[in-house]
Design a protein around this ligand. Structure first.
Ligand SMILES: [Zn+2]
Length: 306
């Protein structure tokens, strides 16, 4: 989910325009290029008109961010408007890993740590539960585990989204539990820029990645291989980290959409951005892998098509 733009500045026309008007002008060949739009006259943040010149269309033409490494200008009026709109909000957005009140996002550092810890603990609990004889009691605790995992999945997606918006210029202030300013960059590592990984250090790592699907004779053995494009380094080992996702084992509550995204990316050989919450480890001193059992891994991953 990203911001919608009710209108955009047309670079070709030199004024603001609504998407349906721009679409009609694209059919009339008055507008030449779907990329010739930006956030505002004074903000070069690029927008693209979806379904430019395409008739008929299935999805109504709208403006979308052209690419996701862009930043709004410091005095962008659109960003300012969104800031002011959030400042009027009366409800607090509460989530597992953060609490957003208007433009302030409180990320409880201890809570974040606890979230990491809790994931590990829950993993343990579930693993222990699965080795136990399935009594009624263990089934119940397993169910609760799944439910809280589901909240983690959603919460991680939203926190990643808030972080991405912040990086693109949205005016959020991140705070720790004591109300001090918090530098979220310490918890998010862009592997495309910094490929040095400390083994076993939990962070949100993110990077461009490719997806391949390996079909096995028995369908339950088929798996996705996510490979980070950037070679990364742990100690003396330098290689692209990989994630193995066994479809039948990963197919649980809360991750269906992620499996769909993987299938699509594998079919179209499309690049994704992967956000992974957790530590990495060396495997046989030849591979860098996520240090999470691969049947649980999808709960620690947020996938973005941009
Ligand atoms: Zn802007």
């Amino acid at each position: 989910m990203s911001y919608t733009y009710p209108e955009a500045y047309s670079i070709e026309l030199g004024y603001n325009i609504e998407p349906m008007v721009a679409y009609n002008l694209s059919l009339d060949k008055i507008l030449k290029n779907k990329h010739n739009f930006q956030c505002d006259k004074n903000c070069p943040f690029g927008l693209t008109l979806i379904n430019f010149g395409k008739s008929p269309y299935t999805k109504e033409p709208h403006f979308r961010t052209s690419n996701f490494d862009q930043v709004h200008s410091v005095d962008c009026p659109i960003v300012q408007k969104r800031y002011e709109k959030r400042a009027q909000e009366t409800t607090i957005e509460e989530s597992y890993t953060f609490e957003r009140d208007k433009n302030e996002v409180k990320v409880d550092i201890n809570l974040v740590t606890a979230t990491f810890t809790e994931i590990t603990n829950s993993l343990k609990t579930e693993e222990q539960a699965s080795t136990e004889i399935k009594t009624k009691k263990s089934t119940t605790s397993n169910h609760i585990g799944k439910k809280s995992f589901n909240s983690h999945v959603k919460s991680l997606s939203r926190l990643v989204q808030l972080y991405k918006e912040f990086k693109s210029g949205e005016k959020y202030t991140f705070l720790d539990s004591s109300g001090n300013k918090l530098n979220l960059d310490l918890y998010f590592q862009n592997l495309d820029n910094n490929s040095l990984i400390n083994e076993h250090e939990t962070k949100v790592y993110y990077s461009k990645a490719t997806v391949r699907y390996f079909k096995a004779a028995k369908e339950k053995d088929s798996y996705f291989l996510i490979r980070i494009k950037q070679e990364c380094q742990i100690d003396n080992l330098r290689i692209s980290p990989t994630f193995i996702i066994n479809e039948s084992q990963a197919n649980q509550q809360g991750v269906k959409q992620r499996l769909e995204t993987l299938k699509k990316a594998a079919n179209n050989s499309k690049e994704l951005t992967i956000y992974y919450l957790g530590p990495f480890k060396k495997y046989k001193n030849s591979y860098i892998n996520a240090s999470i059992p691969h049947e649980k891994i999808l709960r620690h991953i947020v996938l973005s098509s941009s």
